[in-house]
Design a protein around this ligand. Sequence first.
Ligand code: NAP
Ligand code: ZN
Ligand code: ZN
Length: 348
Amino acid sequence: MPSTLALSLPVKGAQFTPAVIERRPLRDNDVRIDIRYCGICHTDLHFGHDDWGGTFFPLVPGHEITGTVAEVGDAVTRFAVGDRVGVGCMVNSCGKCVPCTSGEEQYCTEGFVKTYSDRDHDGTVTLGGYSRTIVVADHFVLRIPDALELAGAAPLLCAGVTVYSPLRRWQAGPGKNVGVLGMGGLGHLGVKIAAAMGAEVTLFSRSPEKKEDALRFGAAHFVDTRESGELAELAGHFDLLVNTVPAVLDVDAHLGLLGLGGTLVNVGAPSDPIVSYNVFSLLNSRRGIAGSTIGGIRETQEMLEFCAEHRIASEFEKISADRVTEAWKNISGVRYRYVIDIATLGTA
Ligand code: NAP
Ligand code: ZN
Ligand code: ZN
């Protein structure tokens, strides 16, 4: 088996240590990728802390991967050695169910295979992008447009598509008032993408020091959620709220911000996922609560082209591999994504 170097968490709560891991020999439709950059998504921390239970340890996280093609299997026609590519949160799915055949692999009825901490169809446990190389079936490999740099593009593979997908589905665009709740990795891309779609964007944040950035990213308004009374003033104002906060929300207070037929879409995933609301918060203005998970492969490619056209990339702080443990501890301090420079990991 070809081996490669990775950053591994041996058990919950441990520090990252370099480890040699194995990647499968190339199958006919596989692409081997030399990873250049990997973003640190808050979901990596949820897995590392085993917030949702069932994490496979030792864990190699990372699903915001960019790099170049190192080798392709005999049946691969869409990619060639040297191509700039990316991998997001999915590396396999059944390929046969209705969601899979309609380009929504993220809702595969058998469950898509996650890029890390999952069991692949061949029984092996998946290991993610905090590593030098990865082998992925060509269907799950994305092309990075020339206009995007690989470091700033990496967070688009998860954070970018996770906000792009609900913004498209709920038709963010001219004449629409869109609120983004929380401005970390997902939220800052949500502001940029919703503004580029033509919506009037409001950022809801508990961090007033982010106001200037939010306006620079395209928000028209900033609401400090720690100021009491701010939410009541905006009652009924919004068509769509995209909630990226990884903590339990006061659902009724936020539903009250929506106008007739407005929707609150949750993409943030708190460790305690139970929320409650008063049903009249929905009935009164035919409001909806929804959720959304990443985006399909076709949609992810569409999002990358959209970002290239609108010159949208993640704001990021590049870090070396030996700083990842520290970066996890300071996840709320980064503006707005840590991106690991994989070249600093060394070679196996
Ligand atoms: P992040 O970079 O840590 O940003 C989260 C932001 O939420 C923070 O910057 C902060 O923004 C706000 N926030 C954090 N803790 C809060 C609290 N206790 N109360 C209120 N606000 C808080 O995280 P991320 O990478 O953007 O991910 C956000 C969430 O989305 C995570 O739960 C992650 O697992 C989930 N996620 C879901 C999907 C999906 O497919 N649905 C995909 C990727 C990630 P302010 O300072 O502006 O308030
Ligand atoms: Zn993610
Ligand atoms: Zn399927």
